[in-house]
Design a protein around this ligand. Structure first.
Ligand SMILES: *[C@@H]1O[C@H](CO)[C@@H](O)[C@H](O)[C@H]1NC(C)=O
Ligand SMILES: *[C@@H]1O[C@H](CO)[C@@H](O)[C@H](O)[C@H]1NC(C)=O
Ligand SMILES: *[C@@H]1O[C@H](CO)[C@@H](O)[C@H](O)[C@H]1NC(C)=O
Ligand SMILES: *[C@@H]1O[C@H](CO)[C@@H](O)[C@H](O)[C@H]1NC(C)=O
Ligand SMILES: *[C@@H]1O[C@H](CO)[C@@H](O)[C@H](O)[C@H]1NC(C)=O
Ligand SMILES: *[C@@H]1O[C@H](CO)[C@@H](O)[C@H](O)[C@H]1NC(C)=O
Ligand SMILES: *[C@@H]1O[C@H](CO)[C@@H](O)[C@H](O)[C@H]1NC(C)=O
Ligand SMILES: *[C@@H]1O[C@H](CO)[C@@H](O)[C@H](O)[C@H]1NC(C)=O
Length: 896
């Protein structure tokens, strides 16, 4: 209809449209028109109208040839509020999806009067009151989703009439009372999810006998009684989550009937008895988490038959015996957690054959004997918790092979001998090194000083003697130190973290003196004590640093090349996978949200998903994601970022991930890209951002002169302000204790005013291993930006970020890419710049002459920035400035 029609004519047309429909289906579609108008008035959904033909409205489906009988309304995530009870006056309605809106009030009981109603999704709203018993009238209902609302009261008994229910989702409400017994009698029930409520009483006996139950998720309630064996009887169960209840009794033997069971989470209950050996028949098992129960007996060797097992958490039970040797066959095992049991025997060496093991927690048991020489066996081990056992002997020298270790807990054992110098090779140590309450003797190895990322060092309550080596001043990240209750002597070296400690960190060493102890060294050793001692240790430190630099450069080159190749292969694979997806039918969106209310109407999630199917929409391709441009039906342009390395864990930890995203959406800094929403479907996660019309810094620096003649060379002041923007964004991130995982010019986005915003911030949160979302060990950043120490540590750190930022600065100054052929084989931009003096080249020959020759002022500023860039790209992490300092230096350069 032409928009310019005068109102009177429009009214006439409307009447003309409606009349035949009324005549064709009296009382049917005519009634629908009235109900639809009422809904439109109440909810005002976008895309409803201006036409009067409600069948043409967005999200509305009518039956063919029915003259306007509405069969489905799909309006998820439209920011809707208001009364939708008028939907109950649509007699042909089979499907109503109003999920993720802002609906309040009660669930309209009248919906129960719809004879053809099959699908009702009101999840993620703010609906309150009870689940209406009248819904029982909708006897055709198969899918009912009321999760994530504020519903209260009991699940009404009347709903027993809904015999056709296939999926019932009630999680995240305030429901009380027991799960009704009739749930067990529903013949088609496949999914029952009612987690995070206040449900009590037993799991209905017989549940799983009448239907092929696949998913049962009831965690975080107050359920009592036993896990019914009936759940496993038909063998169809795939996911069982009962964590955080009060369930008792044993794990049913029948669990082994479920060949497709991948997830079992039954931790934090009161389960007792043995883990049944039949568990080995559940061959698909990926996660088995039964911690904090009262389980007894041994760890069944049959678990070794679950070849896909990734996580085995049996902590805090009453398990006894040894860790079965055969568990070493679990190639996919990433975490073995058995702390707080009565396990014993020698260190389970066979476990070291699990090449993917990143966490081994044997703490609080009774393991004894020596630690194996190859304690890490070149593996991916990040967390090794062996404290509170009876291990004896020395720390094996092989500890130096633990190249990815983040935390080592060996406290409260019977370990002895000298602390091996090889400990200094574990440069990755970051969280803690705790050797307290053992019998270590001899002197402290000065190699401890190489652990420049270590935050907590506890060597207390041993028999360590000699002086505290001055080299320990190399531990630049140290915050907490405890050397108390040893036999140390001499002066405590002058080193911030030492002097800032409590006296109790050094007490109990009879011959130790100086700050923070209240003991004057003069009183013990005379006034000249300690002078020569220091000079020597500086020289040693210099020699150590020198050789480290050499080794770093060799190793980093090899690793960088290797990782580059691996990445190339992965990209090809990813492309293939994406191409295949095009044929796949419409994806099933698992969850999605727009964080910013004013944008909720403008964003359509299906359009976001579909945009990623077309290569033509691709904007850029980064380490962790590919970015697409998506044009919404509303006309808005959105950046859609598809995460690559999303493993199943991310999807599994969806809730955490979503929370993290929501938190990030609230981190407000003008130089950080904020997520505006997300879509999770199948195995994919899409993050939505504002579209940045001026592309990335990479494009600005390197793509400009090819085609677009009107786009002139960027000027220096603009580049300098971009550099400062990025530095400020990064400094802010570090201030909130976040490390960026992929700093590169391709991740610096430019808005319409050429303000720079650092992107991919969320990646560091989504992949953070401590958040349990994924393993970080494969993460390095982009080729050419990877700090050299990464070769050793496999860990991205604050100084590592500074290095990558320094590379971006060099790119800006030189207009060259981080890796270019002209630098020569094995030479990257950093090395090319740092070796310029040796080649007899002046800064002029390094900096882009199109910028540096424009004016003396520009040249002076560029030279100052070059100095900053050189500092940032120092090989030794400790020599690099903090980002806060970098911002100051750049601002100084700008004002010079
Ligand atoms: C609600 O549950 C239904 C049926 O189980 C499901 O199809 C739908 O995807 C769920 N809605 C959301 C937003 O997860
Ligand atoms: C659930 O009920 C408790 C008290 O009964 C109340 O404090 C809480 O706010 C309710 N939660 C919701 C989501 O309504
Ligand atoms: C389980 O708990 C119920 C009460 O919640 C109790 O009656 C029953 O005896 C307990 N069973 C076992 C095996 O402890
Ligand atoms: C293990 O996982 C792989 C990949 O997900 C799957 O193809 C395979 O069937 C699984 N094995 C078992 C026994 O379930
Ligand atoms: C160490 O790892 C290798 C594979 O790299 C394996 O063959 C060997 O059995 C492992 N050694 C021990 C003691 O587990
Ligand atoms: C486990 O390690 C093997 C190689 O040892 C690798 O191919 C596989 O992808 C790893 N699995 C996981 C889940 O990391
Ligand atoms: C080190 O381990 C001991 C137990 O062996 C523990 O008591 C102590 O708190 C730990 N130290 C730190 C700093 O966490
Ligand atoms: C250091 O460890 C001892 C136990 O060995 C403990 O009593 C003391 O409180 C600890 N000091 C600090 C500062 O943690």
């Amino acid at each position: 209809m032409p928009p310019s029609l005068p109102p009177s004519r429009r009214g006439f047309l409307l009447l003309a449209l409606l009349l035949p429909a009324c005549l064709a289906a009296p009382g049917g579609a005519g009634g629908d028109a009235a109900a639809m108008q009422a809904l439109r008035r109440e909810l005002a959904p976008p895309g409803w109208g201006p036409g009067a033909d409600h069948c043409a409205w967005r999200g509305v489906t009518c039956a063919a040839g029915s003259g306007g009988a509405v069969t489905a309304i799909d309006l998820p995530r439209r920011g809707l509020r208001g009364d939708f009870a008028a939907a109950a006056a649509l007699p042909a309605l089979a499907r109503l999806d109003l999920s993720a809106n802002s609906l309040r009030g009660a669930v309209p009981a009248a919906l129960g009067a719809l004879p053809r109603f099959e699908f009702l999704d009101l999840s993620m709203n703010a609906l309150a009151g009870p689940v209406p018993a009248a819904l029982a009238g909708a006897s055709a209902l198969r899918f009912l989703n009321l999760s994530d609302n504020a519903l209260s009261g009991a699940i009404p008994d009347e709903l027993r009439g809904l015999r056709g229910l296939q999926e019932l989702q009630l999680s995240g409400n305030n429901l009380t009372g027991a799960l009704p017994g009739w749930l067990a009698g529903l013949p088609a029930l496949r999914v029952l999810s009612a987690y995070e409520n206040s449900l009590s009483g037993p799991i209905p006996p017989g549940l799983g006998l009448s239907s092929e139950l696949q998913v049962l998720n009831l965690h975080s309630n107050a359920l009592e009684g036993a896990i019914p064996g009936s759940l496993f009887q038909l063998g169809t169960l795939q996911v069982l989550v009962l964590t955080l209840n009060r369930l008792n009794g044993t794990i049913p033997d029948a669990i082994g009937r479920c060949r497709g069971l991948s997830n079992v989470r039954i931790g934090d209950n009161r389960l007792s008895g043995a883990i049944p050996p039949s568990i080995g028949d559940a061959a698909s098992l990926t996660y088995f988490e039964a911690n904090t129960n009262d389980l007894s007996g041994g760890i069944p060797a049959q678990l070794a038959r679950c070849a896909n097992l990734t996580l085995l958490n049996l902590a805090y039970n009453r398990l006894a015996g040894e860790v079965p040797d055969v568990l070493g066959e679990l190639w996919n095992l990433q975490e073995l957690i058995v702390s707080g049991n009565g396990l014993g025997g020698e260190f389970p060496k066979s476990i070291l054959r699990c090449r993917n093991l990143s966490k081994l927690d044997l703490s609080y048991n009774s393991f004894h004997g020596d630690l194996p020489e190859n304690i890490c066996n070149g593996s991916r081990m990040q967390f090794l918790f062996l404290d509170h056992n009876e291990f004896s002997g020395a720390i094996p020298r092989g500890i130096g092979g633990c190249t990815r270790l983040l935390a080592l807990q060996l406290g409260s054992n019977n370990l002895g001998g000298q602390i091996p110098a090889e400990i200094g090779k574990v440069k990755s140590l970051q969280i803690a090194l705790n050797l307290s309450f053992n019998h270590f003797v001899g002197t402290l190895p000065r190699e401890l000083g190489r652990l420049d990322k270590l935050v907590t060092l506890d060597l207390s309550s041993n028999e360590i003697s000699g002086q505290i080596p001055g080299d320990m001043r190399g531990m630049l990240s140290l915050i907490e130190v405890n050397l108390s209750n040893n036999r140390l002597s001499g002066a405590i070296p002058a080193f911030g973290p030492f002097q800032k400690s409590a006296a109790s960190s050094f007490s109990g060493n009879a011959k130790l003196c100086g700050d923070p102890l209240d003991v004057d060294c003069g009183s013990i050793y005379g006034s000249n004590y300690g002078m020569d001692h220091r000079k020597i240790s500086y020289r040693v430190a210099l020699a150590v640093v020198g050789s480290c630099v050499l080794i770093f450069s060799l190793v980093s080159l090899v690793v960088a090349l290797f990782m580059w190749r691996e990445r190339q292969e992965k990209e090809v694979e990813a492309k293939k996978a994406e191409a295949e997806e095009v044929v796949v039918a419409a994806p099933q969106v698992v969850a999605s949200t727009v964080f910013i209310e004013s944008l909720q109407q403008a964003i359509d999630f299906q359009s976001c998903v579909k945009a990623t199917y077309k290569d033509a929409n691709e904007l850029s391709n980064g380490t962790f994601s590919t970015t697409y441009k998506a044009v919404m039906p509303s006309g808005m342009v959105v950046c859609v970022k598809k995460l690559k390395s999303v493993d199943r864990a991310v999807i599994h930890h969806q809730t955490k991930m979503i929370r993290e995203l929501e938190r990030l959406a609230h981190i407000n800094h003008k130089n950080l890209v904020r997520p505006i929403g997300y879509v999770i479907y199948d195995d994919c996660a899409l993050l939505l951002h504002h579209h940045m019309p001026n592309g990335t810094l990479l494009q600005l620096l390197h793509n400009d002169c090819n085609t677009d003649s009107e786009k002139q060379k960027p000027d220096w002041p603009r580049l300098l302000s971009i550099a400062i923007d990025v530095a400020e964004g990064l400094a802010f991130l570090h201030q909130v204790a976040t490390i960026h995982l992929d700093i590169s010019s391709g991740n610096v986005h430019l808005d319409s005013h050429y303000n720079a915003l650092l992107g991919e911030v969320e990646i560091s949160k989504l992949l953070d291993p401590s958040k349990g979302t994924a393993s970080i060990s494969a993460v390095a950043g982009s080729f050419g930006y990877i700090p050299p120490e990464y070769a050793y540590t496999m860990q991205v750190t604050v100084p590592g970020n500074v290095y990558s930022y320094g590379v971006v600065l060099l790119e800006i100054l030189t207009s060259k890419l981080p890796v270019e052929e002209e630098f020569g084989e094995g030479v990257d931009l950093v090395k090319w710049v740092h070796t310029a003096p040796a080649r007899g080249e002046t800064p002029e020959q390094i900096m882009d002459p199109r910028l540096s020759t424009v004016s003396f002022a520009w040249r002076r500023q560029m030279l100052a920035v070059l100095k900053v860039a050189m500092l940032c790209t120092e090989r030794t992490p400790a020599k690099r400035p903090r980002m806060k300092k970098v911002v100051e230096m750049l601002q100084e350069a700008k004002n010079s």
